[in-house]
Structures are given as structure tokens and as C-alpha cells.
Write a protein that binds this ligand. Structure first.
Ligand SMILES: N[C@H](CCC[C@H](N)C(=O)O)C(=O)O
Length: 281
């Protein structure tokens, strides 16, 4: 299969972007894993597929596949790359576009040539919406069997599930121990992205994220939103927060409970290519 692609990243969270606006692209899990493989394929954290809109008010549809082939309903860093891609590929000249995502719609905006804003949707804290089994809605939850220890976390969905663990210092957080154990914990039937959040000030956090289906990434946009909205809900953060991730800095704005969480940051195109191999390695 000769498949044209564009390689992009948002704060080091990297993507293979595929244009399915002129002809459908059907990728099974094995093909997605091959594309994402950093040795046998192209290499990326997620694959972003640009599709024709499914609803009247949308400009495009936006599909996300993780490196392990699983599909997600949200990718914040990818959304910033999405709007940059469609504008620079000449698929639209709009600065503000609406995209259909798996469970709704999202508005993406090019603020300038290098800065993009994504309204991720209204955060959902109800366990059934995350989904998280076995708990009534609460500010924090505790599981006692995570990598042999008790873990306390907040939980929220931005269109994808997030658990956020407060840590005193992200540099010493047990990302590789707790991350995969919580990602696959039975309490999360669709698995979960795991954020490790250090609060520096009411307008500044540091964050590392062990992503569902990709492992620790250099940045996670929906993870940044999850860390901030759970911090705001706990009364520990203000409405505008700087999020320092290993790959760089994003900003999150969340002004009220019924408002969408807004993610602001860069998006970069790195190279164009053509995938010619289909061997699974
Ligand atoms: N791993 C995520 C999808 C990518 C999210 C992340 N790259 C972002 O920027 O939001 C999930 O399975 O829900």
C-alpha cells in the first residue's frame, strides 16, 4: 500500500496524519501498529485521520488511533495539528473549523501561524461517562491494588478517559510503575490515560502523562486539560493555567463548569512521506 502521509507533532507528541477526504482509508489494528512502529514503520504516538464531515455543521471528521491500534475519542495535541494540516493542505481556508469526533463535535481555531486553540468539550466527571466502575462521583478515588500500592486519583473525561495523580515532583513520579498498572486496571473498562501532576502555583502545573495505548509521551493535550480541570474542581487552580510538559508548554483555560476546556499551543509539520511497506516486522 503506497500511503501518503504528513508527520507532525504538538509539543513532541507526534503524529502520522492521513488525508481520507478524497478516498476512505480503512486501517485495521495491525496496520495502525505497523505505521506507528518506530523501527518497522514510520513511528508515532497516534495516527490522525482527516475524513469528510459526518454532520451538517462540521467541516471535517477527525479519527484518532493510538500506537497500539486502539481508537480514541480525543487527542488535544493532535487537534492543533489537524487544523494546521487542513489549512496548509488547502482543504479549507477557514481559521475556525468544526470537526466531528467520535462522541460529538469540537471547534478548532488557528489563532496565528503557529498557535492553535482547541475547545475540547465540557469535562465530564461522572464515573459512568469516564468510564470508571465501582465508585460514586467524588473529587478523588482510591484503588489499593495498583502495582502493589494504594493510589489516589481524580478522574474525568475530555472525550477520552483520564486519571490524574497529584505528585510532589514530576521528576520522581513513578510513571513507569503506576502508569501501565492503572492504565489497564479493571476499574477502567476502556483503560485510562494516567497523568502525574505537580502543582507549582494556582496558575502553573508540571505534568507527565502515561498515555493509554502509547505509553509515556512528551506531551498530552487532553491530559493537560484533565490535570487542570480536576485541579480547578478541587479549588487548587485558577481558570488560566500554564502546563509544563516534558515536550514544552501548553495553556489551559476553563472558565466554568458548563464551559469547554480550551487547550492552546503550537503544532508543527516535520516532513511529508509515502509509506510503501506493509510487512508487519
Ligand atoms: N492516548 C489517548 C489519545 C491521545 C491523546 C493525547 N495524545 C492528546 O494530546 O490528547 C487515549 O487513548 O485516549
Amino acid at each position: 500500500m503506497a500511503l501518503a502521509f504528513t508527520k507532525m507533532h504538538g509539543l513532541g507528541n507526534d503524529f502520522v496524519v492521513l488525508d481520507a477526504t478524497r478516498a476512505p482509508i480503512a486501517l485495521d489494528e495491525a496496520s495502525a501498529r505497523h505505521i506507528a512502529d518506530r523501527r518497522f514503520g514510520i513511528g508515532c504516538d497516534q495516527i490522525l485521520i482527516v475524513e469528510p464531515p459526518r454532520s451538517a455543521e462540521a467541516d471535517f471528521a477527525y479519527r484518532i488511533l493510538n500506537a497500539d491500534g486502539s481508537e480514541s475519542g480525543q487527542c488535544g495535541n493532535g487537534a492543533r495539528c489537524f487544523v494546521r494540516y487542513v489549512r496548509e493542505a488547502g482543504l479549507t481556508d477557514k481559521r475556525r473549523i468544526v470537526v466531528d469526533i467520535r462522541d460529538g463535535q469540537m471547534t478548532l481555531e488557528a489563532l496565528d501561524d503557529d498557535t492553535f486553540a482547541v475547545a475540547l468539550g465540557v469535562p465530564q466527571f461522572a464515573p459512568a461517562r469516564i468510564p470508571l466502575l465501582g465508585f460514586e462521583q467524588a473529587a478523588t478515588y482510591r484503588l489499593d491494588d495498583v502495582a502493589g500500592q494504594s493510589v489516589t486519583f481524580s478522574a474525568v473525561s475530555l472525550g477520552n478517559p483520564h486519571a490524574v495523580i497529584r505528585v510532589p515532583d514530576v521528576a520522581t513520579a513513578e510513571v513507569e510503575g503506576i502508569g501501565p498498572a492503572l492504565e489497564r486496571h479493571p476499574a477502567f473498562p476502556e483503560r485510562v490515560n494516567v497523568g502525574f501532576c505537580e502543582i507549582v502555583a494556582r496558575d502553573h502545573v508540571r505534568l507527565r502523562v502515561f498515555e493509554r495505548g502509547a505509553g509515556e509521551t512528551l506531551a498530552c493535550g487532553s491530559g493537560a486539560a484533565a490535570a487542570v480541570v480536576t485541579g480547578i474542581a478541587a479549588g487548587d487552580l485558577d481558570a488560566d493555567v500554564r502546563v509544563d510538559l516534558p515536550g514544552g508548554t501548553a495553556r489551559i483555560h476553563w472558565e466554568s463548569a458548563d464551559a469547554p476546556a480550551v487547550l492552546i499551543g503550537p503544532a508543527e509539520r516535520v516532513f511529508e512521506g509515502k509509506l510503501v511497506s506493509s510487512d508487519q516486522g
